[in-house]
Write a protein of this length. Sequence first.
Length: 229
Amino acid sequence: MIPVYIIGMLSLGSCLRTNQPLELKGKITDELTGNVIPYRRVIIHARLSMPDKFIPVYTGQFMTDSSGKFLYSLETVTGAYNYDFSIVGDSDYLFKTERISFIDLKKNGQFMSFRMKPLTGLKIKINREGKKPAYDTLYLYWESDGNNGRGLAAYKVYNYGNPENYLGSSDNTSLRWVGGNVKSLITTRVLAGKKTVIYFELIRSGKRKVIIDTITCKRHAENSVYFKY
């Protein structure tokens, strides 16, 4: 009797047979300006359907040329009806994955176009000027175009007050400070040209107050928000 896991391996192996290569052609552009983006890497995974899950299978990768265009021969995988195209992000552009069906690739593979969301810098400055009460708590979180800011891009916290007042992340979204001597700078990157909403949640003397600041950050500019309490 052949063990079940061996049968599964044999079945998966049969699915990994490749069909005739599919010629892909297209470009990658900036969502805001429409300008092409040169030398941008794209990684492709085929999605194989198993009885209880999908298995990503690395299929290949390519890079746009100096004109922001690409021409690539995709080795399609038998049994894969969808392909994930992951456009690699960096400090200038947000990472993006776009799922395209095999049918659409066959139909429109010669006219592909990916658009990337540009990022820009944002500084959030916090300063506790009040002396009373001696103890309160401040939470900070932000969203950019509806996306959780802390999950969107990396951030750094610089504490110029008492470093013991900064307690770091209290949950999956916010940062937290307690006590009196709070003076901090948070640097991060958000979506350029999109609305970014910053939430300052202050708990003082048993009362909760949320102060909201909204900014549309410009590209290649000094974008900053200042909160004092």
